[in-house]
Design a protein around this ligand. Structure first.
Ligand SMILES: *Cc1c(COP(=O)(O)O)cnc(C)c1O
Length: 404
């Protein structure tokens, strides 16, 4: 069970007044809010043991190194990676995907095929398009249906021994659809293809088990899981991380450097060139602890109730359509009102303190599918309330009256 009063007290930002009204934060799919324990961890780092890691013999450096490596172990445990060095710290999901896509340029040849889904965020499309341009590989797309679900029947036909990698998100940020990734991975493995799962939108709601999923790569951003911006992870199976070349050259990622030849460091350091976001990594670990203390089962259950309530209430508004109606979805509601531009709704509800996102949500192909410029997206978290949904409903009704 979620003790909503206790939970809300953990997030200082939820006390904010916006345009004279209490903040109603429904833009959780873009970034989640940060609990006090995570803020405290950031302050503690810079107040007490800010130092560069791994290379220092002095006390502060050792403290920072220990905490940073402990965070890696927490993430290993959370994602159930087999080895701690299969967890690479990155700057976030986009960075993680680019490491893999760039690395694959040395593994692909002309005529090879890679498969993307119609439900992807631009950051899981563009790096692969760049890869295809560079290598002559061909990009194939798993289409979606009207409910916002992937067409697995078509996916099966796209797979062949030419397929080298498939990249699909666990949850769509634009529609909330939870994709059947375990099935998708199994089918790809039958033809020998690797699979990268973009977990950016899943991880705030679901605890993924990378070994059970048998994912080859799984990526996420801390800022969507109650942590800070600028840090994330790339999980990769050891055998894949060994196959990929390093992404960036620099300090920390080398074993030995001479002007004749440089040898690369072992995992995970091979992919962690330069001074990392030390404080961010440590705070990410604290955020994961916080979310686990709340409990992902509790989070899922409570957010589903919010989703059900919000969906029912919004559909009572005449002319309102919800995009993304899969049975399997997280607490994201993407909608439009007939004859009204989503941007205008966003501006008016903001005047009433309600933060929603409007636009294409970095997923233009989905908007093209529905032939719309964008949607209004309300995305809920476990610290939101039913009363806040009522405020949203009133605000949307008001916007409709003013604009319609
Ligand atoms: C947010 C998001 C991304 C991009 O994450 P960054 O933190 O901006 O790198 C990629 N994919 C999905 C599904 C997302 O929700």
């Amino acid at each position: 069970m979620i003790d909503i009063h206790k939970v809300r007290a953990d997030f200082p930002i939820l006390n904010r007044i916006v345009n004279g009204k209490p903040l109603v934060y429904f833009d959780n799919a873009a970034t989640s809010q940060t609990p006090q324990v995570v803020i405290d961890a950031i302050v503690d780092y810079y107040s007490n043991y800010n130092a560069n890691i791994h290379r220092g013999v002095h006390t502060l450096s050792q403290e920072a190194t220990d905490k940073y490596e402990q965070a890696r172990l927490k993430l290993q445990q959370h994602f159930n990676a087999n080895k701690s060095y299969e967890i690479i710290f990155t700057a976030g999901t986009t960075h993680s995907i680019n490491i893999v896509a760039t690395g694959f340029s040395s593994l692909l040849k002309k005529g090879d095929e890679v498969i993307v889904s119609a439900l992807e965020h631009h950051s899981n499309i563009v790096p692969w398009q760049m890869l295809c341009e560079q290598t002559g590989a061909i990009l194939k797309v798993i289409p979606m249906n009207e409910q916002g679900e992937l067409r697995l029947d078509v996916y099966e036909k796209l797979l062949s021994e030419k397929t080298k990698i498939v990249f699909v998100n666990h949850v769509s940020n634009a529609l909330g659809t939870i994709n059947p990734i375990k099935k998708i991975i199994k089918k790809a493995h039958k033809v020998g293809a690797a699979v990268l799962i973009d977990g950016a939108q899943a991880c705030p709601h679901i605890k993924p088990d990378v070994q059970d999923l048998d994912a080859d790569f799984y990526v996420a951003s801390a800022h969507k899981i109650y942590g800070p911006t600028g840090v994330g992870i790339l999980y990769g199976k050891e055998k894949w991380l060994n196959k990929l070349p390093p992404y960036q050259g620099g300090g920390e990622m080398i074993k030995e450097v001479t002007f004749e030849k440089t040898t690369y460091a072992d995992l995970p350091h091979k992919f962690e060139a330069g001074t990392p976001n030390i404080c961010g990594g440590i705070a990410f670990g604290v955020a994961i602890d916080y979310a686990n203390a709340i409990g992902f089962k509790n989070i899922e259950h409570y957010e589903n109730e919010l989703l059900e309530y919000g969906t029912k209430k919004l559909l009572e508004i005449e002319g309102l359509r919800i995009y993304g109606t899969s049975e399997e979805k997280t607490a994201v509601i993407s909608f439009n009102i007939e004859g009204v531009h989503p941007y205008d709704i966003g501006v008016i509800v903001d005047k009433m303190g309600v933060a929603v996102r409007t636009g294409h949500h970095c997923a233009q192909p989905i908007m093209d599918f529905y032939k719309i410029p964008g949607t209004v997206r309300a995305s809920f978290s476990f610290y939101n309330t039913f009363e806040e949904i009522d405020v949203l409903i009133d605000a949307v009704k008001k916007a409709k009256m003013m604009l319609g």
